[in-house]
Design a protein around this ligand. Sequence first.
Ligand code: SF4
Ligand code: SF4
Ligand code: SF4
Length: 310
Amino acid sequence: MSPEKIRLNTEWLCDCGGCHVSLVDLHEKILNVLESVQIQKCPVLTDEKGYPEAEIGILTGSIRTEHDRHAAIEMRKKCKTIIAFGTCAVYGGLHGAGLAHSREEIMDHVYLNSPTTRTNFIPATEVDGLEKLVTPIDEVIEVDLYLPGCPPHAHFIFEGLSALIEGTAPRVRQESVCGGCNRTMKKSDVTEIKNSADAVADDDICFLSQGFLCLGSVTLDRCLSPCPNHGIMCTGCAGPTMQILTEPNRDIRTEVSERMARLTEIPSEVIRKSMEQSAKTHYAYAMATKMIGDKPTFLIRKWIAEVEAS
Ligand code: SF4
Ligand code: SF4
Ligand code: SF4
């Protein structure tokens, strides 16, 4: 190893593996990174079991098991700079939706009552114990750089890594997904919420104007807005905008329902109710973070319980 190379460790916690795959999505730019970086530990590339000292540590996934907690603490001890990489690491991620259920319900569903993986027993020692909550990593260790996205787009990964390698501060951007969306918001006479399975959307007009729920306006752009530009509503996988995160009375449901009500003839209460009924979808990615969970308007467990009881 060349002595001037920056040492990099990566580790995955509770996640889908997609964030590690996204590192490979740098394509030829990965060669620029490898010129400057020595990858010491990376679950998809190396067989390093320990935690060697490193300048940069990338953590993907959130903390849900004893392994996750141990790994995050060891990475923090050994790495000078820790990057919370991906929406799971930053906000808890998609599996934050598990917070709508107790640990016992989850174990029961996975090991006893799943039609595809029925084992008839809950393993006591073979798998790591499940913690009670899904925890974003900065509630356990100090984080130096946040890079949300599910996974983050290669553009932002390269930008962040390059800044760290060069010793400069990464650019902070606060644009929402709407900023990169080519659709036009305009007032319509739409009176009902539509479902993408039942109706075809116009390619040029904002989904909200057409009656389809889209979270682009409350979602931070860490993806270059691919979904609305390819005919799919944004579900908020990169996590909320800074406005939603930092302003206590701003809430995803209220912001989207009021904007959509202004753009259509659908009453905002109807839109709010619809979002509450699909709360597991519309809030899943950031449900585990206290920044969302502590909001006074945020009653997700109540909404989900109401839907599941009906
Ligand atoms: S942020 Fe998304 S892509 Fe990354 S590990 Fe979590 S679920 Fe997978
Ligand atoms: S709400 Fe969705 S469709 Fe409308 S401009 Fe924003 S990202 Fe585009
Ligand atoms: S769902 Fe939204 S935040 Fe996620 S990739 Fe699509 S446009 Fe980006």
